[in-house]
Design a protein around this ligand. Sequence first.
Ligand code: NAD
Length: 241
Amino acid sequence: MEQLVELIANAKRMTALTGAGISTESVIPDFRSSGGIYTQREDAMDLLSLSTFYSRPKDFYEFFRAAFLQYSNVLPNRGHEVLAKWEKLGRLSAVITQNIDGLHQAAGSERVLELHGHLRTVHCPKCGAEMSMEEAKKYEPYPVCPKCQVPMKPDVVLFEEPLPEDVFGEALTEVGKTDLMLVIGTSLTVSPANLLVNYRNPNSRLVIINMSSTPYDWTADLVIRGKAGDVLSQVDGELGW
Ligand code: NAD
């Protein structure tokens, strides 16, 4: 922990890459931990794919609602809050997140690059019309475009879909400039988000804060096994910012 405090205190341009693990302390299950979404349904990846959305929208939405839409009243935790505080102090330049839950913004983070989209809206794949998720939730069994009468797609990146080019491009630029990359609460198994670790500034340091091992651990300058909220709030306390 001392090493982490020192690295953060000396960083000029710190960037965080977060995953579902930062939100488990807000009681949103991740994918791969025990009790995670994959342990509840073996076919979760298939259900959350673009082809299932197109071919079986009812099955897609049934699972999507259960997996993500029931968490709309969840609050950010200390992990999200510390990152938002560090951004306000000018110490953290951006949060790059794989999460779709909006909890970084709810904690006060302003520069959040959402690699996998968000739960705020749905779109018609045919005419491009937008609808808020609040409105979309009222439809059973799934939201339908009032004009085209086709299922509307949540603005999250599904399996089989590419990442939004502009957001991924901005994330690449960001990690290219960072001198300290904090990777928090992600298994680093989902591509291309995990590749950001490889594309970071070659002179930067890498810290991984995660409950379990990741394929990138051996490349890191420091690996901390612990809960994101505990680790970040302890470090923040020791920094005394
Ligand atoms: P993942 O489930 O593959 O990995 C989560 C990692 O976080 C695991 O290695 C686990 O050990 C660790 N972890 C769990 N709780 C932790 C905690 N309190 N502190 C530190 N580490 C903790 O998730 P991923 O790597 O983000 O990739 C899966 C995909 O799942 C992402 O694309 C994301 O969009 C999606 N997802 C998002 C949410 C969300 O928005 N909250 C929830 C589930 C899945």
